[in-house]
Each structure stands twice: as structure tokens, then as C-alpha cells.
Write a protein that binds this ligand. Structure first.
Ligand code: SME
Length: 155
């Protein structure tokens, strides 16, 4: 069953009561990990140097770092600046396997003006876990995070 994303958006907006990117990204990762079923990793990768994603606040097993824009599903989201929704990561040749249990993946880019600030990455152990409705709902939650947060340029 698709979660009630409108309710989750209101709850996330209430939770994000600072403008601080570090606090808000940590809270967002924890909130999504608690609220979304069948998800084994949620976190942010941040652009702190050109063309490279660095690991940011996350929930789940220790993860891969760094990820160049040229590689993996996260890299594809950063390069194309479009959401990547993958039903089965085993079918993606350059998928970066951080946790062998992960099967489905959703990566949403976070753009500030014309700059890629980072991406939000979600992994699931269930193939096909993320539907189009999940993509739209999670993109809306990223919108809440962006609206509630001062997305300063990272170094
Ligand atoms: N699977 C990702 C790497 C990040 S982990 O899933 C946390 C990718 O291919 O970009």
C-alpha cells in the first residue's frame, strides 16, 4: 500500500524546525527510515567538490564514499539531474553495491538554482519497491526538505 505522502509531508515540515542543512538532513533521513516500509538505507550524498558525491547524513549500514558523478545510480542522478527509479539494481551494470541486500533504488537530485547540491538516495531489499506514486511522494518530501532548509554551498 502506498503511504499517505500528504500526511508524511506535513509531519516532515513540522519536524524540520531549524533552517540548518545538517540538522534537517539528519532528521529527514531518520524520518524516512522510520516511516517508509521495506527500506534498508536512506541518506544524502552531497556535492562538496566538483563532480563528486560525498556521503552525508544517513540511516542504514555504512555506505560507499566517495561516488564520482560518472558512476552508479547516484552518479546518474547527479549527471542527468533527474530522478532515477530502479526496480532491480542487479540489472544496472555500473550500480555500486554498498549492501548486497539492496534490490530497488530511488535517487532524487537536489538542485539549488543551477547547482547540484546533492541527492537523496533510498534503497530497498524488495525488487520493484518504488512505484511512480512513491517517486512522486518522495520527490514532494524532498521539496519539503528544500523549502525548510538553507541549502548553503558545501565545502
Ligand atoms: N547504490 C548506489 C550507491 C549508494 S548506496 O546505495 C547507499 C549507486 O549505485 O549509486
Amino acid at each position: 500500500m502506498t503511504p499517505d505522502y500528504a500526511l508524511l509531508a506535513r509531519q516532515l515540515a513540522a519536524l524540520l524546525d531549524t533552517r540548518d542543512w545538517l540538522t534537517n538532513s539528519a532528521q529527514t533521513a531518520a524520518f524516512l527510515m522510520q516511516e517508509l516500509p521495506e527500506v534498508n538505507w536512506v541518506g544524502f550524498y552531497l556535492q562538496r567538490e566538483p563532480e563528486v558525491l560525498g556521503l552525508g547524513p544517513f540511516q542504514g549500514k555504512p555506505a560507499c564514499h566517495p561516488i564520482p558523478f560518472a558512476k552508479g545510480v547516484c552518479g546518474a542522478a547527479a549527471r542527468t539531474r533527474s530522478t532515477q527509479r530502479i526496480d532491480d539494481v542487479h540489472a544496472v551494470a555500473d550500480h555500486i553495491a554498498c549492501d548486497a541486500a539492496s534490490r530497488a533504488e530511488l535517487v532524487v537530485p537536489i538542485l539549488v538554482d543551477d547547482r547540484l547540491w546533492g541527492v537523496l538516495d533510498l534503497d530497498s531489499p524488495v525488487a520493484g519497491r518504488f512505484s511512480e506514486q512513491d517517486q512522486a511522494g518522495i520527490e514532494a518530501l524532498v521539496g519539503v526538505f528544500m523549502a525548510r532548509t538553507e541549502l548553503v554551498e558545501l565545502r
